[in-house]
Ligand binder design. Structure first.
Ligand code: FE2
Length: 281
């Protein structure tokens, strides 16, 4: 949705499972830093909470993830929140936690994504899309938009689009956590960069340890509540992002009231980023 930023091609997705084996879980990931998010105006003047890019959670620490925005908007049903705009050079996953969103693009795709579902766009060599609240009952639309960089060798691939419904997204129990596998083992969502993307809910005082393959890097972003994350039990609150250390699984203990967060991790490209508004070359 965001106009300042980046999509997918079938095939290269990931195989990470949310729960580690006993051996893998013996090493707990550290948290290298915790940073705040901030509110920016996007599209037709819509306020969104921007988690990435971040001055503190620098790209080299979260590569391949370019951008994460959390949006909470009042549905107008007109689909006009984010008028048509171009993207190039990356992939976009837009996940709807509540409400629904309309989509139309230059490749002839159009439709509505409903709560619990997502859409994946691979901008590749370039495309445009328009985004806005869907045609459901009025009320809040809440979700996340994630941009994943493409390897330089894949920046010129053909654009593509995929819609994934809530029913198609696997849900697993890992310890006390309920994990929705947005990207990863069992999910139909296909990204060019091997990666995982989980929506994790943990009840008050609950504990979990989420496996993250060695060689993946990324972050956890807390949507609601708070918890103790990583080997040192760093406190991370709603609106904050925790950058993962290099190896091991991610232990989390929920605070009072529980915690809901997303975990994003993938193989870094380690290539220079040339960012120009909605293009990342
Ligand atoms: Fe967009």
């Amino acid at each position: 949705m965001t106009r300042t930023q980046p999509p997918f091609a079938p095939g290269a997705s990931t195989s990470a499972a949310p729960g580690g084996t006993a051996a893998e879980s013996q090493t707990a990931r550290s948290i290298v830093l915790v940073a705040d998010s901030h509110v920016v105006l996007e599209g037709a003047g819509v306020p969104v909470r921007r988690i990435l890019p971040s001055r503190e959670a620098r790209y080299d620490l979260v590569d391949p993830f370019l951008l994460l925005d959390e949006f909470r908007i009042e549905s107008s049903g007109d689909g006009a929140s984010f008028p048509p705009h171009p993207h190039r050079g990356f992939e976009i996953v837009t996940y709807f936690i509540a409400g629904s969103g309309k989509h139309v693009d230059s490749e002839g795709n159009a439709g509505v994504v409903y709560a619990g579902g997502l859409q994946r766009i691979t901008a590749g060599r370039g495309m445009w899309h328009g985004e806005g609240s869907g045609d459901g009952p009025s009320g809040p639309v809440h979700g996340l938009q994630l941009w994943i960089n493409l390897a330089r060798a894949e920046k010129g691939i053909a654009p593509s689009y995929q819609a994934v419904t809530a029913e198609q997204i696997p849900e697993r129990k890992v310890g006390d956590a309920t994990v929705r596998v947005l990207v990863g083992e069992g999910s139909p969502t296909q990204l060019r960069t091997p990666s995982l993307y989980y929506d994790v809910q943990l009840p008050s005082g609950g504990q979990t340890a989420l496996d993250v393959p060695d060689g993946y890097q990324g972050f956890a972003y807390v949507i609601d509540g708070e918890g103790a994350f990583g080997a040192g039990g760093r406190t991370v609150r709603a609106g904050q992002v925790a950058v993962l250390g290099p190896t091991g699984s991610l232990p989390v203990v929920a605070g009072n009231g529980g915690v809901r967060f997303v975990l994003c991790a993938g193989v870094p490209h380690r290539e220079p980023v040339r960012w120009n508004g909605p293009y990342v070359d």
